[in-house]
Structures are given as structure tokens and as C-alpha cells.
Design a protein around this ligand. Sequence first.
Ligand SMILES: [Zn+2]
Ligand SMILES: [Zn+2]
Length: 281
Amino acid sequence: MPSKIPVQLPSGYMEFFSSLESWQNEQQIKLQAAVDVEKAEEPQRKIAKHRRPLIITTGLQIDPVLYRQVLDDLLVFLIKQRPDIASNLEIIQKEVPDFNFPVLIARLIEQDMDYLEQLAHSLKISPELFIFALDHAIRPFLRVYAAHYQADILEHTYQNWDLPTICPICGSRSHFSRLRAEDGRRFMFCDRCFIEWETRYLECVHCGNDEPGKINYISVENDTSNQLYTCEKCRGYLKTYDERPSGLPTDLFLANIQTIYLDLLAEEKGYSNHNNDWSNK
Ligand SMILES: [Zn+2]
Ligand SMILES: [Zn+2]
């Protein structure tokens, strides 16, 4: 697969994310028995009624001791994988014993990034690295939780969720979709909790525009699977993996990272993924 990348990613970049994903999968398997998810009844109704991601409505009980264990292990993993930034990671390691874990977990679930950023500043840690480590440590827990609702979400997305770029389970913003091999239907993918939800094939996920001719798609030479859908109305774009040319599914977490060249291409053409536009969340 890497041979298709028109933009050279830094050496070891994909390998790092691939190892991280495998590590998180192992954690998720281990946590399955330890995380007690009391499945909400009729989750689709709760989502529609509150118009908020399900996890905000139901909450998720995470044992602070377990989360700390996963964070400790993740920091060890990251130091091994990324010796170039080991000294920064060790600063986080030193602070771990003083963290207020129940508060941190609550803020991570609410995605209160301002709080986390301020905390990082007060500890003199790079906010980007701090949030990366803390958030990646909670992802295996979120994936255990989200997996309980995948079937409900696939069945009921349209009628109950009108914010296609926001994950209806964990509230993270999605920038990636796939078109299913058998029927070309479109599913958004959350790289945080790993669930998918259906959205309309030809409708802008940012503004709802479905005027003929106002949604276009771009692909890069020799690669018909990875595509950019662009909207002339809001100048938004969405990256998409189309399963139809190859007939094969792909790892959507890695595909999103591997197609950074499509983000660059879209930005070059004046489109935005509206990542910083939190006002319409
Ligand atoms: Zn999610
Ligand atoms: Zn649009």
C-alpha cells in the first residue's frame, strides 16, 4: 500500500500508528471483561431526544485505577516507539501520580480540550502531546462502550442523528467515510471509538447541501479507492475510501492517516474539513 502515496510521509510514520492501533486493540480485548457497560435501552431515542452523543447522556464509569494502568502502559509503549520525544513523555510520566484521575476521565469523556490544554500549560508539558497520550489511553475504554451500540446506530442513524460529522456515540469529529462494496452506501467512521454510522451518499456532511452538480469528487491518479468529496456550497470536503474498485475493505483508522495527501490536496484547492468550526457542533 505505501507505494501509492504521492506525498512522502516521515519514515516510520505509518508503522507507528499501526503499532499503536494493535496495542489499543490488545487493551480493548483485556478491558472487555473489566469495563461494565450497562447498555442503555433504545439508544437511538436518547440520542435524538438530547441531540447529544450518547456517552454524554449515559455517562461511562471508568475505574480510575484501570485508566491509570492503561495510561502508564501507553507511556511506556510510546517511549519505546518514539525515543525522539522520550524526554517529553517522561515529564508526563513524572506527573501521573499527582493526576486527579476521576476529573481527567470526566473531562476526556466530555472532550473538554480547553481544560486539558490549560492543565498541560500549568504542568509545562506540550498540550498536543499531553492530550494525545491521555486521549489515546481512554480510547480502548470508549471502544468497549461503543461496540455495544454499533448495531443500533447502523439501524437508526438517519432518523435520529442529523450531525453527520460528529460521532453519535463519543462525540468526536469524523473526517473519513467509506462506501460499502456491495451497494455504495456511505458510512462515516469514528477513529476514536471505532463505530460507523450511515449518511447519505451524495449530501454534504458539513452543510447538508445536495444540489446536483454542487458536490464533486476528486481522486488522485492511479488510486480510485481513496477519494475526496467536495461541496461548492460550504467549501467543505470529506475523505472517503471507496470499497468498490478493489472490492475489499480497509483499515479505516490507518487509511485516514495514510491519506494525509488528500487533506493537503483539498486545502490547496481551498476546501476545509471544518475541523475548527466547533460552533455548529
Ligand atoms: Zn466515536
Ligand atoms: Zn457543504
